[in-house]
Ligand binder design. Structure first.
Ligand code: RIB
Ligand code: CA
Length: 303
């Protein structure tokens, strides 16, 4: 059983990560923390609560950071829509309200009370994880592993050089990558290779269940926005982090040290490999057909 904290900026691919984590019996979600990123915290929190209620899972949802550590906030609504989760329509929620404790405190408490048991999966800007490390540096050794979606060692997707999650809070990313923690990193170099074809989406559309229905509505929006920007098929960034936890042998890569450029200019927020340390497993490829079997299994297991 993989016990995880899932830190999200729910958006459309974050929703797929949530469905995967909720629907796969190998995963136990101890906490979901919504942070500002794709859209503002008010919207990512609302989207996260709606997805969690759809799954029927009653795990605690916390509010994370409303803004990055230093820089002015940037958003990525152009791929996720005005709400950050354009497409599905949600009825008034029956439950799933936000916990009173802050997400950062919950993260520190959980890993402190369960040393080496809990994996922190972060698929948005790294602000929450950085703030937890600033408050309690031991989080780096108390957590079992950090599994992160972010960065690019080729071209960016929000600037020519930077990927959105690291660009949205580069100072936070630098703190996390230099924390000494055991890290698995899914950069664009890997996540760009996993896309949802129209044919595969039609296969999901033929299935039943509310979670499947919400997934399809999200992916219809995601597909339309990629098409509008002539970016091809929608890329499955965030759910790869959850899939990795099911069977790391399905992911190939290499160990590196990772750093983040903070100097103002065209490279601000760019990730680079610095092999002074080798604490980060940088994913290079994943067994794509296997990944999609996980998505099918998760959605079939959910209401
Ligand atoms: O660059 C991709 C990342 O930015 C994903 O986490 C997506 O949800 C957006 O936050
Ligand atoms: Ca995300």
């Amino acid at each position: 059983m993989q016990r995880i904290i899932l830190d999200v900026d729910t958006g459309l691919d974050d929703a797929v990560a949530l469905f995967l984590a909720a629907g796969l019996e190998e995963i136990k979600i101890e906490a979901v923390i919504a942070t500002a990123g794709n859209v503002g915290l008010d919207k990512t929190l609302e989207n996260t609560l709606n997805i969690m209620e759809t799954t029927g899972l009653d795990c605690p949802v916390y509010a994370g950071s409303a803004a990055p550590l230093v820089r002015v906030p940037v958003e990525a609504g152009d791929f996720h829509g005005e709400t950050g989760l354009d497409g599905p329509i949600f009825a008034t929620r029956l439950r799933q309200e936000v916990q009173a404790q802050s997400g950062i405190d919950a993260m520190i408490t959980l890993v402190t009370n369960n040393p080496q048991e809990i994996t922190i999966v972060s698929v948005g800007p790294l602000t929450d994880l950085a703030r937890a490390l600033q408050r309690e540096p031991a989080v780096a050794s108390l957590a079992k592993e950090f599994v992160i979606m972010g960065g690019s060692f080729s071209s960016g997707n929000v600037t020519p050089e930077a990927e959105f999650n690291t660009y949205a809070d580069p100072e936070a990313a630098k703190i996390v990558f230099s924390s000494g923690a055991k890290i698995a990193l899914f950069s664009l170099d890997c996540t760009r290779t996993v896309t949802l074809s129209a044919e595969r989406l039609e296969g999901f559309r033929a299935k039943s269940g509310r979670s499947n229905e919400v997934f399809v509505a999200c992916m219809d929006t995601y597909t339309a926005n990629y098409t509008k920007r002539r970016q091809g098929e929608p890329q499955m960034h965030d759910p790869l982090c959850v899939a990795y936890l099911i069977d790391p042998s399905k992911v190939s890569g290499a160990y590196h040290g990772v750093d983040v450029i903070l100097e103002e200019g065209p490279s601000y927020g760019k990730t680079i490999k610095r092999d002074t340390s080798k604490n980060t497993f940088v994913a290079e490829s994943i067994d794509i057909p296997w990944f999609w079997t996980l998505v099918e299994r998760a959605l079939a297991a959910l209401p």
